[in-house]
Unconditional design. Structure first.
Length: 342
């Protein structure tokens, strides 16, 4: 099954209610830009983002009377401003209109597997206040392992029907979003350790109309056991445990293996199954130790399948380099981890 990653724009239709709200926010952002009493230098700086950061193209846009046309559109209303800006965005190298955010300017993309897909909002965070841990940035991009696992879910490789599903190390939340949209599961909850990542996961759940099915909450593997006992929402049956746990590319150091076992002991039901797609040992520290570490701690571990890391079946809808959109590994392994009843 081929996969495509392409930007979301106002021209996409039909939109659900959450997507319509985001589209309205974009229109308001464009209208505020049009109302500003900007100097030529300020206008050119704004236009550089629209025309692909090309100063010459920005200068040309200004000289062609763009601001005069923009103000004329403003007199007709914010919808006309938005449509004008959409047309303008086709100049130069831009060829798309992003939904913008005042603080981090995140970019939503469609991630489509064949004709079916979900929306994920990429983050473009500033460096301020994110933290000093070595892995604090990994949740702000999409990883190849999540594409591999999501494709397997869409192809029906796993039975998620009417089950409570928990995703570990969600990042953008692609696998959980796919499970909630196409897996016919009862509930899906996304987790990560960084508060900005968790907030983005909540946004992505809403963007795909899944906010009534589950939520996102903080789960820090480095936290002590007593902290784990008080983490947010649990499975719908009130047990605090899940039928299925999923995760992609969540082992980056040997200590992660024992942390995952500890998390599974708390959150995976007896006889429940965890489904992980991990980068190869050549690409990720700790993966070589993963099977035996979990077996030593009472879990059954099976390497069910292996995949090439070139992701030749994934393409960018507008020609943007996949290296800018997806983190890679040399290859991937699909592991099934079963919690054995005591």
């Amino acid at each position: 099954m081929e996969a495509t990653i392409r930007p979301f724009s106002l021209q996409d239709a039909p939109l659900n209610r959450a997507q319509e709200r985001v589209a309205r926010r974009l229109k308001g952002e464009l209208a505020r830009f049009a109302k500003a009493d900007l100097t030529k230098a300020e206008v050119i700086a704004e236009m550089r983002e629209i025309v692909g950061n090309d100063p010459d193209a920005a200068e040309e846009v200004f000289c062609n009377g763009t601001i005069k046309a923009l103000r004329a559109a403003l007199e007709k209303g914010s919808d006309e401003v938005a449509e004008f800006m959409i047309q303008l965005s086709e100049l130069g190298d831009a060829k798309r209109t992003f939904i913008v955010d005042d603080e981090t300017r995140p970019r939503p993309y469609w991630v489509q597997f064949g004709a079916r897909g979900v929306l994920v909002r990429y983050m473009r965070p500033t460096q301020k206040g994110l933290g000093t841990r070595p892995n604090f940035e990994v949740g702000f991009t999409l990883w190849g392992a999540s594409l591999v696992l999501s494709r397997a879910i869409i192809e029906g490789s796993f039975d998620l029907a009417r089950k409570d599903v928990l995703e570990l190390g969600s990042g953008l939340g692609l696998c959980g979003l796919v499970a909630g949209t196409f897996g016919n599961c009862k509930s899906v909850h996304l987790t990560d350790f960084h508060p900005m990542v968790v907030a983005n996961c909540r946004f992505n759940l809403e963007l795909n109309g899944l906010e009534s099915m589950g939520t996102a909450f903080a789960l820090d593997w480095e936290a002590p056991d007593e902290v784990l006992e008080s983490v947010g929402p649990t499975s719908n049956d009130g047990s605090g445990q899940y039928d299925v746990v999923i995760g992609s590319d969540i082992v980056c150091q040997p200590e992660d293996c024992s942390s995952i076992a500890r998390i599974l002991s708390q959150f995976l039901k007896p006889s429940g199954v965890a489904i992980f797609v991990l980068g190869s040992p050549e690409s990720r520290y700790g993966v070589a130790e993963f099977p035996q570490t979990l077996r030593n701690l009472g879990f059954k571990v099976e390497l069910k399948d292996e995949y090439d890391g070139n992701l030749s079946w994934v393409s960018s809808g507008d020609g943007e380099s996949l290296d800018l959109l997806v983190g890679h590994a040399r290859s991937y392994g699909l592991y099934l981890v079963t919690r054995l009843p005591r």
